[in-house]
Design a protein around this ligand. Structure first.
Ligand SMILES: Cc1ncc(COP(=O)(O)O)c(C=O)c1O
Length: 315
């Protein structure tokens, strides 16, 4: 409020804000070859941390180039869990509730279909008009695969910026299986009160999946405090993981054994290196993993994530 009152659209005022910026010290930790570019697209692709350049060189030349397949036993196999435990700290979850791998879209598919099957008999899937299109497409695809009884219903935004609680109360009913919302809307930066919405969704007997792509690393999150069932999010925005870096998914521990992933792969199997002919789901969060993790881009997530954890979030 203070800053808005004094706001002035001139160069001196911009310099004054720069001087007061608590994050300015970490500018030099990022790769800035073009001195005069002002980059405002970290909400789409975060900048490259200097540490990531060095780390990727080491992963390529030493871990892959020199150690070759030995690297699977020297860290690659546990890499996903290592990254997941740091993401857990950032979003207020436990390490055993996060799996990192696949894209946000695929992670949503896995969790939303598992939620719909857990709430068998309920045929409504709810989202809102501010949600990112891939989420809506994934949900539409699920509804069409489940059968003609299923429908995707969107809470409306009359101003294109916000979705009032009354609108969610209008569309989420006792027939709702799952609600999928972005905690921060990509279109307007509108933020839901996650705890209030989650409590309301639970009161109707539905499950909730929060998309944290525009929130994690930018605003304070605590999935446990909010009572969240499930969440998904990307790592290439405010976690600076790089183009196409793998996404994560969260499932509250009490739901692990109740949800069945629709995609069964060997990395989600109880004992992948037994090469069993018949699939048995791994206990816990690993049952939501599918196949071999993308080691290069998974490795690249860590330095940006460490900056997020060190800096904390101010909102
Ligand atoms: C809220 C939200 N969900 C999902 C995605 C994209 O998902 P994916 O990583 O599958 O491309 C984005 C991309 O910007 C997004 O903003």
């Amino acid at each position: 409020m203070g800053i808005l009152k004094q706001f002035s659209p001139d160069h001196d005022f911009a310099l004054k804000l720069d001087a007061e910026d608590q994050l300015s010290a970490i500018r030099s930790s990022f790769y800035f070859p073009e001195k005069n570019t002002i980059y405002l697209d970290g909400n789409s692709l975060g900048r490259l941390p200097n540490k990531t350049r060095d780390l990727i060189k080491n992963v390529v030349e030493f871990e892959w180039g020199t150690q070759l397949i030995r690297s699977w036993n020297e860290g690659w196999y546990e890499l996903s869990e290592k990254i997941s435990s740091k993401i857990a700290r950032l979003i207020g979850a436990d390490a055993n509730e996060i799996a990192t791998g696949d894209s946000t879209s695929l992670n949503l598919y896995k969790l939303a279909i598992a939620a719909v099957n857990l709430n068998a008999g309920k045929t409504r899937i709810v989202s809102d008009e501010l949600n990112f299109p891939t989420d809506l497409y994934v949900l539409q695809g699920i509804a069409s695969q489940m059968g003609s009884d299923y429908e995707v219903v969107l809470a409306k935004s009359s101003d294109g910026q916000t979705v009032p609680m009354e609108e969610l109360e209008r569309v989420v009913d006792e027939n709702t299986a799952v609600v999928v919302l972005s905690s921060v809307a990509f279109k307007s930066a509108f933020m839901y009160d996650m705890r209030t919405v989650t409590e309301f969704v639970h009161s109707k007997g539905a499950l909730i999946i929060w998309d944290l792509s525009h929130a994690a690393g930018a605003v304070n999150l605590n999935l446990h405090d909010a009572g969240t069932d499930m969440a998904i999010g990307c790592t290439y925005k405010y976690m600076n993981g790089g183009p196409g870096s793998p996404a994560y998914l969260y499932v509250a521990e009490h739901l692990h054994d109740k949800l069945i992933s629709p995609v069964w792969g060997w990395f989600g199997e109880e004992n992948p290196f037994a090469f069993n002919l018949k699939y048995t789901a791994a206990a816990g969060i690993r049952r939501f993993s599918i196949g071999t993790p993308p080691v290069l881009s998974l490795s690249a997530i860590e330095p940006g994530l460490i900056y997020c954890l060190k800096q904390g979030c101010s909102i």
